[in-house]
Design a protein around this ligand. Structure first.
Ligand SMILES: *Cc1c(COP(=O)(O)O)cnc(C)c1O
Length: 364
């Protein structure tokens, strides 16, 4: 049995009580199970500030990427075109998906430590009148940058584009007013800030937009419309659902409410993150992203020296109870530390003591 906690952006450290829910085998067509699904769907709308009758939610089997692909496949019809804003690997993954499934798209890429620029987006939209949709990642987990959602949503609303947001690693950890922002499809998954275990993703979707997507998907399993239509009847999933994961997620939602909802969880993550960046800074380990662009979710740190032995550092920390994360940048040496999940002030302090020990015995 491993005895470490995960300082990663998901799967992440969950509570024992969430894990215990998975000890029961549940039947997919029993009413009590279907009611769990329906309750989750309505709780997600509440969390998204989208319970105004104009939105619906759909759960879908698979990891988060399956659900992003289902949205691109279903929401962008053959006559549509999506502008994909990228500054990290997850934005790039959407571009890859669009290419793979034959969705008309155009990429607007900026540096991984930069925000997309309003003027650039406006001129792209002016120049390419075929663009009907805009897609962007909210928290780019590649670096930990928190993209300017208000700016993009303002343009999208103003120009009546359909807005797709991959909020995989931020939903539940950052309060997002989905209806107010006019987001048409917001995607997240069970194993990130809601603090469930991996196995499904979900979409908060603008109902009128989704209703217009019948027959768009060129895939049976990844058809978000069909998935919604079946689930909306009474909570029965199309195809086998991950019953244990769903039960654990229902418990995780209960625990989120007990913690004080998204504002309280967001405050905990934020304070974890500030404490973490401060203590790393004391050892000359600086964040890659500027503080004003940094998310409270995950931080990319630059190696303190050229010869920094990440593997040695990683193993030292792991042997003392915490697993960190390698970097994902190709041109600079970095590593990442996530601070979401069942991670509290004491964990960050403990990590600080471990790093202090490492720094005192090893010349970096
Ligand atoms: C985790 C994550 C995904 C989905 O990754 P999977 O490995 O498919 O679960 C997508 N986008 C972002 C921003 C993520 O953090």
């Amino acid at each position: 049995m491993n005895t470490y906690k995960l300082l990663t952006p998901g799967p992440l450290t969950t509570t024992d009580t969430v894990k215990q829910e998975m000890l029961v085998d549940r039947c997919t067509w029993e009413n009590d199970y279907k009611e769990i699904t329906q309750k989750i769907r309505s709780q997600l709308l509440d969390l998204a500030h989208a319970a105004n009758g104009e939105y619906t939610s759909v759960l879908m089997q698979g990891s988060g990427s399956f659900v992003v692909e289902a949205v691109l496949m279903t929401a962008v019809s053959e006559s549509d075109k999506v502008l994909i804003i990228t500054n990290g690997a997850y934005g790039k993954r959407m571009v890859q998906m669009a290419a793979c499934i034959g969705v008309n798209h155009r990429e607007y890429g900026v540096g991984y430590n930069e925000f997309p620029k309003e003027a650039d987006i406006r001129s792209l939209l002016r120049e390419d009148r075929d663009i009907t949709h805009i897609a962007m990642v909210h928290c780019e987990t590649t670096t930990g940058i928190l993209n300017p959602i208000e700016m993009v949503s303002r343009i999208s609303k103003e120009q009546q584009k359909t807005l797709i947001i991959d909020a995989m690693s931020s939903f539940g950890g950052v309060d997002l007013k989905v209806a107010e922002l006019g987001i048409d499809y917001l995607i997240s998954s069970a194993n990130k800030c809601i603090q469930g275990v991996p196995g499904f993703g979900f979409v908060i979707a603008k109902l009128d937009k989704l209703l217009a997507c019948k027959g768009n998907a060129r895939s049976l399993s990844l058809d978000l419309y069909d998935q919604w239509e079946e689930m909306d009847k009474d909570g029965k999933w199309r195809f086998t659902s991950p019953t244990h994961v769903v039960a654990a997620f229902a418990k995780a939602l209960e625990e989120l409410a007990e913690e004080g909802g998204i504002p309280a969880r967001s405050a905990r993550y934020k304070s974890n993150n500030e404490r973490l960046r401060k203590l790393m800074g004391q050892w000359g380990i600086d964040a890659y992203i500027e503080p004003d662009k940094q998310s409270p979710i995950i931080t990319t740190f630059l190696f303190p020296t050229e010869s920094f032995d990440f593997e040695g550092f990683y193993n030292f920390v792991k042997a003392r109870g915490y697993v960190i994360y390698p970097g994902k940048l190709t041109d600079i040496n970095t590593f990442r530390i996530g601070n979401i999940g069942e991670i509290h002030e004491e964990d960050i302090k403990e990590l600080g003591r471990i790093i202090e020990k490492y720094m005192k015995v090893v010349t970096v």
